[in-house]
Design a protein around this ligand. Structure first.
Ligand SMILES: CC(C)(COP(=O)(O)OP(=O)(O)OC[C@H]1O[C@@H](n2cnc3c(N)ncnc32)[C@H](O)[C@@H]1OP(=O)(O)O)[C@@H](O)C(=O)NCCC(=O)NCCS
Length: 164
């Protein structure tokens, strides 16, 4: 099933708890960015049919309003479009209590990777609202080996093992 690509969809709500506050007693930006990243990552996995997606790019972050302990906020995602290996979203977060928009992020790019950690062509051009692209896992998610130059650097910097 295909449907409107660009419509903002509000699927998730969060309840602002004490551990989500900054020193000012308002919503901590890092918590909000984590929720946004997680929400978009799940959407990217479901659209690309690939568990191995990574966040590549986020455009300007501007917190224009906030939230307080006990507030309910809702996260909306809209699809900008599909690339060859990537998918791009936009995001809006609203405080359901004050009705203010807390943040709008115009561009968030995710890239699907193969089992070597390289960008992989996904082949999709349209949004699905069905569950037809949920990745089929046949074993543990394979982890890419550390690139050779980083492995060499790590080995060179490894502390000497002291023996008694
Ligand atoms: C994701 C990663 C493998 C991409 O590597 P790369 O060398 O940039 O790969 P490519 O140049 O082939 O680009 C891959 C896709 O990303 C897009 N892209 C790359 N840089 C971009 C940027 N600055 N802004 C937007 N899109 C970008 C490309 O347009 C391409 O999309 P397309 O195939 O749909 O056209 C690599 O950058 C990486 O591993 N980054 C770390 C990601 C990560 O760990 N994120 C978690 C937070 S630390």
């Amino acid at each position: 099933m295909t449907t409107d690509l660009t419509r903002m969809r509000f699927h998730s709500r969060k309840w602002v708890k004490p551990e989500d506050l900054n020193a000012n007693g308002t919503l901590f930006g890092g918590s909000l960015l984590r929720w946004i990243d997680e929400e978009c990552t799940i959407a990217a996995i479901l659209q690309l049919g690939n568990e191995r997606v990574v966040t590549k790019y986020m455009s300007a972050i501007d917190f224009v309003a906030s939230a307080w302990q006990g507030d309910l906020i809702e996260l909306g995602i809209g699809l900008h479009g599909f690339g060859r290996t990537s998918i791009t979203f936009r995001c809006e977060v609203r405080n359901m209590v004050t009705r203010d928009t807390i943040i709008s992020i115009d561009t968030i790019v995710f890239v699907g990777l193969d089992d070597q950690g390289r960008p992989v062509t996904h082949g999709y051009t349209d949004y699905t609202a069905d569950r037809d692209r949920i990745p089929q896992r046949r074993g543990p998610i394979p982890r890419a080996p550390m690139p050779a130059h980083l492995a060499a650097r790590a080995a060179a910097q490894a502390p000497e093992v002291l023996t008694t």
